[in-house]
Design a binder for this molecule. Structure first.
Ligand code: HEM
Length: 378
């Protein structure tokens, strides 16, 4: 099986830690040249990355073979729990229990609260990344807790996720205890006085508070990075600033810069893939970043072209929210929050900055992304 060049003594670990995007792009090039859709990485355990629609479909649909429990989320305490680590056959029931809170109907109920929590755009120049960070924190606080979670604690809880590895993987028992205590305090209020926020839906469910904690962690950086990149692209391409273009702007932003750039599973049993035998226990990766930039599937894949969204994307090649039964729980919530922010924007102009994608737990811009408002809000 093809693989990028290794370094003596550590295989691909150093490149994986320091510059994973060039590493996986090189692997994909070599795989394509060899007429296959899979390449090997040497990460200490047998690991493969696939990027074709067929691989994505199999990995995301065959939940018996491709297990989440042994993937990367298991080593990040923020993500190691709840639905994220629940595997088939329990996974489906778990999702059925928590999906309603995140479905379109309930989101309309939340919308009044989230729209009231929209942050205003500062006058003059500002960093879109830092602004999006604060804005999304307020929006999530509104959606989950009606704005009643201690904002400082919410910030302290989520901030380490953004740091380079291994910071997000370090255990933080005291911080998690404080967060769980705040969750219990608010959940008790919901159980006695009722409510219509996400916590009110999750609080009565066994394990619901863990779902709240884990999904908040899955929600914050992903939504912040997507929003920051969307603001940046709008500011750089003023011809797309009219509201009817916003859905295409968001789709194209998520194609080029999918915050969930890489997803991981472990093989529960041996798998034959196009004549290659992958042993049980293999770390099996899919890469929304590679699939959405595959030159065999997309025209001008590295260019920002919102007009491409007048057509349907190739099947199983556009996966910013994953796919299949494990499709992102917060997809509709994230889209609603981001589009509502974009709808209120004043005209913007990009000043300068560094939009290089930096892959960590999620992929986001290196920043800053300096933007200036050039008129009044919509
Ligand atoms: C633009 C924002 C977001 C992006 C790009 C994103 C991306 C993703 C992706 C790619 C997956 C699949 C992971 C995999 O297959 O391994 C996923 C799953 C998930 N996301 Fe999101 N996400 C976003 C926002 C949110 C929000 C707002 C929430 C809050 C509820 C959330 C909660 C989750 C959860 C709980 C899962 C696991 C679902 C399961 O395994 O059944 N995400 N997300």
């Amino acid at each position: 099986m093809p693989q990028p060049p290794t370094r003596p003594g550590n295989g691909h670990l150093q490149d994986w830690a320091l510059s994973p995007l060039p590493l996986i792009e090189d692997g994909a090039r070599r795989a394509r040249a060899a007429g296959t859709d899979l390449f090997r990485l040497r990460l200490g355990i047998p690991s493969v990355v696939g990027f074709s629609p067929a691989w994505n479909k199999r990995l995301l649909s065959d939940l018996d073979t491709f297990r989440s429990a042994g993937g990367f989320s298991a080593v990040v305490p923020y993500l190691a729990g709840g639905v994220i680590l629940t595997d088939a056959p329990m996974h489906r029931r778990r999702r059925q229990t928590i999906n309603p809170g995140f479905g379109k109907q309930h989101l309309e109920t939340l919308r009044g609260r989230t729209q009231a929590a929209l942050s205003s755009i500062p006058d003059g120049e500002f960093d879109a990344l830092a602004w999006a960070d604060g804005a999304v924190l307020r929006l999530l606080n509104a959606a989950y807790f009606g704005g009643s979670f201690d904002p400082q604690l919410l910030h302290s809880f989520l901030a380490p996720l953004r740091q380079p590895f291994p910071v997000p993987a370090l255990p933080r028992p005291l911080l998690f205890l404080r967060v769980d205590a705040e969750l219990r305090r608010l959940a008790t209020q919901r159980l006695t006085a009722g409510g219509d926020d996400l916590l009110a839906v999750l609080a009565p469910i066994p394990g619901g508070l863990e779902e709240a904690r884990v999904s908040l962690a899955a929600a914050h950086d992903t939504t912040t990075h997507a929003l920051a990149y969307a603001l940046w692209h709008l500011a750089r391409h003023p011809q797309w600033q009219a509201p009817e273009h916003h859905p295409a702007i968001l789709k194209e932003t998520l194609r080029l810069y999918p915050p969930g750039w890489m997803g991981s599973r472990r093989l529960k049993c041996e798998l034959n893939w196009n004549g290659v035998t992958l042993p049980r226990g293999t770390l099996a990766l899919y890469a929304p970043y590679l699939s959405a930039r595959d030159p065999g599937l997309w025209d001008a894949p590295d260019q920002f072209l919102p007009e491409r969204w007048t057509r349907k994307p190739p099947a199983w090649a556009y996966l910013p929210f994953g796919g299949g039964e494990r499709l992102c729980l917060g997809m509709h919530l994230a889209q609603m929050l981001i589009l509502d922010v974009l709808a209120e924007l004043p005209p913007l102009q990009a000043v300068g900055g560094d939009d290089t994608p930096v892959p960590g737990i999620t992929l986001g811009p290196r920043g800053p992304l300096v933007i200036r408002r050039t008129g009044k809000s919509a």
